[in-house]
Design a binder for this molecule. Sequence first.
Ligand code: SAH
Ligand code: SF4
Length: 320
Amino acid sequence: MTDLAKPFRTSLDEIAEIEIPEIELDHISLDGTRKWLLDMGTKNGIETVFIPEKSRGTLCISSQVGCALECTFCSTGRQGFNRNLTSAEIIGQLWLANHKLREQDNYKALKKDERIITNVVMMGMGEPLANYKHVVHALEMMLDDNIYGLSRRKVTLSTSGLVPAIEKLSLDCPVSLAISLHAPNNKIRDEIVPINKKYPLDMLMKSCLNYVEKAPRDFITFEYVMLENVNDSIDQAKELVNLIKNVPSKINLIPFNPFPKSGYKCSKKTTIKAFQEILMDAGIVTTIRKTRGDDIDAACGQLAGQVQDKTKRTQRLQLI
Ligand code: SAH
Ligand code: SF4
């Protein structure tokens, strides 16, 4: 960079480094989904997934090595927590995917200003709002016109519901918000999303309502994993309608992706359809998530990576 002043170059030499994330595995699924396992040092790894669709390309990014929140149906949660990613490691996933995809045969002919990655979702490993500072810095780089220039509407952060951080995000960097709801009442949510004991549903619903005012879209997305005989009955669908009735929202039903010793089964197709119908009849736009990248274990909740757990159960809640 000889166009920069020499003293500035010298000081950059001393304070900055340029490092590319190291790829341990790179898989392409039959449906075009591509997954990278990236080495994060000391035998740890995170995963980044690209999901191509007709009119968009979505990159699913990780925010932590592991997760301390211990949701019972989540493979990442079961592995424990190692550390937060830095903002460089978070934005590095976007940089790397962009470069690797441009080398892929079907994208080689694209012009430089044509985007392959049009959308980013913070839905990989980790709880993004438990790594607030680094995640927000990375989001700002994604949105900055001089860096990636993605639209706020097309960057989505998914959280299990850290209420104070949701409120802070609405002021600092209001991107599209998805809430991992997964239960229609506190009794079930306390059990499957333990952070609910700290921030129960009435607090969470209030913070969603406040967020909508600042959000780039005029609704919140609620994610709801379909677990057989846990949260998938008709009565529970009705309870869910009642719970979210004051929040402008859409619901995304996620068929549970099994992993060894999970102890759960995915709801039957007919049950998921019946559940969807109750929500739709109540006027709530409800989609059922298509599972992508199944053959390479790239589906939601299967992002296992490699996590050397550094926490004890009792320490985990203190990390949030
Ligand atoms: N920690 C954040 C983001 C990462 S998880 C959060 O919880 O929102 C991304 C999504 O995958 C969440 O909605 C999560 O609940 C869901 N998920 C986790 N395990 C899953 C599984 N086994 N099957 C289907 N979805 C799962
Ligand atoms: Fe963490 Fe999200 Fe998995 Fe819960 S669902 S354990 S918050 S990654």
